[in-house]
Design a protein around this ligand. Structure first.
Ligand SMILES: CC(C)(COP(=O)(O)OP(=O)(O)OC[C@H]1O[C@@H](n2cnc3c(N)ncnc32)[C@H](O)[C@@H]1OP(=O)(O)O)[C@@H](O)C(=O)NCCC(=O)NCCS
Length: 155
C-alpha cells in the first residue's frame, strides 16, 4: 500500500477527529483542531493511502495524523495517532520521520514530545528514532499517570 503525507485541511477534520476519538481517553475537540489549522507555527499532517485503479491513482482514506509546533529552534509534537485498523504498518513511523526531516530542514535543534509512561507502543516508536527519555512529570495525566518528556537533539 502506497502512503502519502500531506498537510491537513478543514475538510479532513471529521476523519482526524474519528481517529482521535478511537485513540485517546481524553480526545481533542473539533475546535482544538480548527485552532491548530489557523496558528502560523502549527502544522497538521496526514498520512493517506493511495489507491490505484488501472493507471489512475486516487487518494484513499486518512490513516493517521500528526500535529506539531515549530517555534524558534524546537519542534514539539503535540499529537500523533494512527487508526486502530492501520497500526503496525509503519504509518506512525512515517509521520514521525516526516516531522524529524522537516525539523532538520528548518534548522531546529531539537524535537520534543510528551508521552504517557504506560504507552509502551508510542515509547517504543520514539526510541526507534533515538528520542531520549529526559524527564518525568508525575501524575501529569491524572493520578498514577506520569508523563515522560522525550527529546531528539540534532547536535
Ligand atoms: C503510537 C502509534 C501512533 C504508533 O503508530 P503505528 O503506525 O502503529 O506505528 P508503526 O507501525 O510505525 O510502528 C513503528 C515502531 O513503533 C513500535 N511500536 C508501534 N506499535 C507498537 C506496539 N503496539 N508495541 C510495541 N512496539 C510498537 C515498534 O518499534 C514499531 O516498529 P516494528 O513494527 O518494526 O516493530 C499508534 O499505536 C497509536 O495511534 N496509538 C494511539 C495514540 C497514541 O498513543 N499516540 C501517541 C501519543 S504520545
Amino acid at each position: 500500500m502506497a502512503i502519502q503525507i500531506r498537510d491537513a485541511t478543514l475538510r479532513d477534520l471529521p476523519r482526524i477527529l474519528e481517529i482521535e476519538r478511537l485513540s485517546f481517553p481524553a480526545p481533542w475537540s473539533l475546535a482544538s483542531f480548527q485552532r491548530e489549522l489557523t496558528l502560523p507555527f502549527s502544522r497538521v499532517i496526514v498520512a493517506v493511502s493511495e489507491e490505484a485503479t488501472g493507471k489512475i491513482a486516487r487518494e484513499g482514506p486518512i490513516l493517521g495524523f500528526l500535529c506539531r509546533w515549530l517555534i524558534a529552534d524546537e519542534c514539539h509534537v503535540l499529537n500523533v495517532a494512527v487508526h486502530p485498523e492501520s497500526r503496525r504498518l509503519g504509518i506512525g513511523a512515517l509521520l514521525i520521520n516526516a516531522s524529524i526531516g522537516e525539523a532538520k530542514a528548518e534548522r531546529a535543534q531539537v524535537v520534543t514530545l510528551e508521552v504517557r509512561r504506560s504507552n509502551l507502543a508510542a515509547r517504543q516508536l520514539y526510541r526507534k528514532f533515538e528520542f531520549e527519555e529526559r524527564r518525568l512529570r508525575k501524575h501529569y495525566y491524572g493520578p498514577g499517570e506520569d508523563a515522560i518528556i522525550m527529546e531528539l537533539r540534532f547536535d
